[in-house]
Design a protein around this ligand. Sequence first.
Ligand SMILES: Cc1cc2nc3c(=O)[nH]c(=O)nc-3n(C[C@H](O)[C@H](O)[C@H](O)COP(=O)(O)OP(=O)(O)OC[C@H]3O[C@@H](n4cnc5c(N)ncnc54)[C@H](O)[C@@H]3O)c2cc1C
Length: 436
Amino acid sequence: MKTAILGGGLTGLTLARFLAGKGEEIAVLEAESEIGGLCRSRSENGFCFDTGGSHIIFSRDEEVLRFMLAVLGENHAMRKRNTRIFYKDRFLKYPFENGLSGLPKEDLFFCLHEYIRMLIAAEKGEIPPVKNFRDWIYSTFGQGIAECYLIPYNRKIWNYPPEQMSAHWVEGRVPRPPVEDIIRSAIGIETEGYTHQAVFSYPRKGGIEALVRAIAAPVIDRVFCGFPVRRIRKSSTGWEISDGNRTIYAGKLISTIPLQNLIPALEEVPELVRQAVDSLRYNSVCSVFIGVKGRVPDISWLYVPSMEIGLLNRVSFPSNYSTEVAPEGHGSVLAEITYNEGDPLTLMSDGEIVRHVINSLETMGLIRKEDVTYTGTARHRFAYVVYDLEYLTNIGIVRKYCEEIGVDLVGRFAQFEYLNMDGCIRSVMEYTGKVQ
Ligand SMILES: Cc1cc2nc3c(=O)[nH]c(=O)nc-3n(C[C@H](O)[C@H](O)[C@H](O)COP(=O)(O)OP(=O)(O)OC[C@H]3O[C@@H](n4cnc5c(N)ncnc54)[C@H](O)[C@@H]3O)c2cc1C
């Protein structure tokens, strides 16, 4: 009997490809009129922008990276990362702890002194147990790096206070930077951080959507767009899945759609499970596209921790990833703003948001207003999973329920984990590896 895959984003399409390769009969049900989810790209006026924020291809997972590059074939280019942090009118090297020598002297002293104080405290066993993400930042990097960069930046991107976030997802995984590297970075000897990302790839043509399209190619006739799953009923033979008009029957159900869309579609869900899903936190992203005459700075992407500069948390320059995503003689800029329903951004018109972003970009000296030839915006409701302090309890309740009723969860908002594209593909590989 057929397997229904809910959601035609990267995860759903990769699942479809792998399961079809094993001879399974599959159907992918996608709510939107186009496939791709967060990995969609918009081509207009010679520009191509990723709608779910700027995406690059990188991974520590060599098998997954090989897979992504192999499906793209010739359609990808490699780039060396030149990433910066905008701090007090300077473009610091990224990660922050590798760019300390670029700081104003007083800030450099603050960061270095506090890092060493923290290290001594750690060696003496004087650091209290970490209770939240904020504690973890302070006890890993010291008060200086925390207060100059990590706290303001994390508050901005998660749109949530770090002291109300859990640390389970970084603890033990992100090590304290070695003291040698901190000293080298402080006195201006080059050091590199996050080296698995130092070189990255990007499709030459078609934006990041080219990747999902290439993955979907062998199974595209099994994808049904414009099918927003609204009702799911378990029958004696399997599942009845409906968009309110049409019903599809399947023996097996795999969900890659957000839990916030899956659970309300199911029948007789216990109140405890509904409440747990309602309590899971996430944020949304608004992508702002700017096309300019002439060149853009030679930066891959730029983090903007300060609220004074504006709402944007990150700015990327897609025309530096591929010359084919902007018309000849033009450059492109993509700004990302994370938000939640009810925030000031939700009261702004698209025109106001674009003007706000252009002002921020001008303030940082990245573009000139008079060079702007194209603007656009896109929003995705589900952008980042936010690990709040109740996350582990709530997700535990929801996962247990889905397992009991036999709905398999794969992907970023189905597993409700901070998974990048490589993490989603790894989840698919692990899942399909278990399928007989
Ligand atoms: C700002 C930003 C930048 C990122 N940058 C990178 C990067 O540089 N590199 C990287 O590797 N990863 C990056 N990611 C992560 C990457 O986008 C995700 O890991 C990946 O796209 C998740 O794919 P998915 O299929 O699990 O989820 P989604 O892309 O969310 O797909 C879910 C699909 O389900 C559909 N759907 C929802 N509800 C229903 C319903 N009721 N019925 C039917 N269909 C439904 C949606 O329309 C969507 O197509 C970034 C993410 C963000 C937000």
